[in-house]
Design a protein around this ligand. Structure first.
Ligand code: ADP
Ligand code: AMP
Length: 216
């Protein structure tokens, strides 16, 4: 199964992706995670991407498309994949279409997680991530058992720089300008399913899995 999780920053894509890949047995491909890993390791890709992430801007399409195509070529994507945070522009969506066409593949569904702006900001300022393993928490909605300590690996839990209010607001504006047009793009291909992302985490998962089962 080949799926896309679409939605604004802090809609809950990563949270849902983690649950879905366990059930569906396909890899989660998060471009944000790929960039953060490369930045942490100081690779040439990380050096190129860092300023964009710090500023809450999108990394240029050519760079993103190249890393995603390379990732999709890997063996573990043979049985399908879940894209989280890609595509984010129409150019990226077209590049993905080209990749799929060249490989005789098609998308099964695009799940659009809808969340209003004030809730997105609330989620951003309260989001915390493990510095070591990347697990995601929220100070109020999804707290770790022990303050500032990751439940999964015991690593330190911190706030992402781009979750500070000002950058989070900028990222939402970037979403509205660059990514929101993809809703229509995938609607016109009859691939879009919209999910109410303002429900409890487990209910959002249920709604997503219902849609996925409908097309399986
Ligand atoms: P995204 O990957 O779309 O940027 P995340 O999955 O990281 O978003 O979620 C953003 C923040 O919101 C996290 O702190 C997460 O714990 C919290 N969160 C995710 N889904 C929900 C939900 N349904 N209700 C409340 N908080 C949520
Ligand atoms: P995310 O973890 O999905 O919130 O992404 C964090 C940051 O990584 C974004 O604000 C962008 O700077 C960058 N990024 C992630 N995915 C993409 C993408 N598909 N296109 C451009 N930039 C991206």
């Amino acid at each position: 199964m080949r799926l896309i999780l679409l939605g604004p920053p802090n809609a809950g894509k990563g949270t849902q992706a983690k649950k879905m890949v366990n059930e569906l047995n396909i890899p989660q491909i998060s471009t944000g995670d790929i960039f953060r890993k490369n930045i942490k390791e100081g690779t040439p890709l990380g050096v190129k991407a860092k300023n964009y992430l710090d500023e809450g801007l999108l990394v240029p399409d050519e760079l993103v498309v190249e890393i995603v195509n390379d990732r999709l070529d890997q063996d573990d994507c043979g049985g399908g994949f879940l894209l989280d945070g890609f595509p984010r522009t129409v150019v990226q969506a077209q590049a993905l279409d080209n990749y799929l066409e060249q490989n005789n593949l098609n998308l099964d569904i695009v799940l659009n997680i809808h969340v209003e702006k004030d809730v997105l900001i609330e989620r951003a300022v309260g989001r915390r991530v493990c510095k070591n393993c990347g697990a995601t928490y929220h100070v109020e909605f999804q707290p770790s058992k022990k303050e500032k300590v990751c439940d999964v690996c015991g690593g330190e839990i911190v706030q992402r720089d781009d979750d500070k209010k000002e950058t989070a607001e900028k990222r939402i504006q970037v979403y509205l300008d660059e990514t929101q047009p993809l809703i229509e793009y995938y609607q016109s291909k009859e691939l879009l399913a919209t999910i109410d992302g303002q429900q409890e985490i487990a209910k959002v998962t249920d709604d997503i899995m219902k849609k996925v089962k409908e097309i399986s």
